[in-house]
Design a protein around this ligand. Structure first.
Ligand code: NAD
Length: 245
């Protein structure tokens, strides 16, 4: 058991990478609290504590931080993709991307930090994983202006947190997946003018010839939240099937 008795909070655990991570973390012995804005999606997470959480609601974030108590680990997975180039962005889209992808993440880190510092004082370590993307400061992609800018901010936020708390045992890393086959990717493909071509295009940019599955990404989440990564902090960890080779 690589995460025995570690208390870990996961956001956006209703589907996709968040859900698969919550299950994998629990299987490694963690005491997981799995949260999502959509309570229905949290059903079936047997043996895992669940709670409805809209990460953009500051009061709800304060409440969940109080509810879970001191944490050993946090996986900030919630995020939204805005599809569009610079000329497609309306202010409200930009604001929403930053509110959900960056501001909410900062608030959760801030609210759980006192408890994490407490835990790290007892155990020597606590770990935050913030969901970024290969589409960020790492690489530009068409039609990902608001998304790429907000995910670049996630990398900056994670490095800053890592720098501030490294001497107190807190590690903070950004996770940068390639294109992962999840429900939201499927809806992006379905809403394209030509869905068959859209899927082909996503696969065509993958040197390994396929999309990632959640099972390609989850081992990095488990590693970063385990003590195996005890010498790793402030990094943007790419799991992208070679897209950025
Ligand atoms: P998804 O987009 O299919 O599911 C997202 C989940 O987030 C849903 O369960 C939804 O209910 C929840 N959610 C939405 N708004 C929320 C809010 N305000 N508060 C709490 N929960 C909320 O899942 P995914 O594709 O695995 O994406 C998860 C994260 O991974 C996102 O941050 C995304 O940007 C990032 N990511 C995804 C890919 C990909 O190709 N799928 C690639 C790189 C990064």
């Amino acid at each position: 058991m690589r995460l025995k008795d570690k208390a870990i909070l996961v956001t956006a655990a209703g589907q996709g990478i968040g859900r698969a991570s919550a299950l994998a973390l629990a299987a490694e012995g963690a005491k997981v609290t799995a949260t999502d804005i959509n309570g229905d999606l949290l059903s079936g997470l047997d043996g895992i504590e669940t709670a409805v959480l809209d990460v953009t609601d500051p009061n709800a974030v304060k409440a969940i931080a109080a509810q879970v108590g001191p944490l050993d680990g946090l996986f900030n997975c919630a995020g939204v993709v805005h599809n569009g180039s610079l000329l497609d962005i309306e202010d409200k889209d930009w604001d929403f991307a930053f509110s959900l992808n960056v501001t909410a993440m900062m608030r959760i880190c801030r609210e759980v930090m006192p408890g994490m510092l407490e835990r790290a004082q007892e155990t020597g370590t606590a770990s935050i994983v913030n969901m970024a993307s290969m589409a960020s400061s790492i690489k530009g992609f068409p039609n990902r202006t608001a998304y790429g800018a907000s995910k670049a901010a996630v990398i900056g936020l994670s490095k800053a947190i890592a720098a501030d708390y490294v001497k107190q045992g807190i590690r903070c890393n950004a996770l940068c997946p390639g294109t992962v086959d999840t429900p939201s990717l499927r809806s992006r493909i379905a809403s394209a003018a030509d869905p068959v071509q859209a899927e082909r295009d996503f696969i065509a940019r993958q040197p390994m010839g396929r999309l990632a599955t959640v099972d390609d990404i989850v081992p990095m989440v488990v590693y970063l939240l385990s003590d195996e990564s005890r010498f790793v902090s402030g990094q943007a960890m790419l799991v992208d099937g070679g897209v950025t080779i």
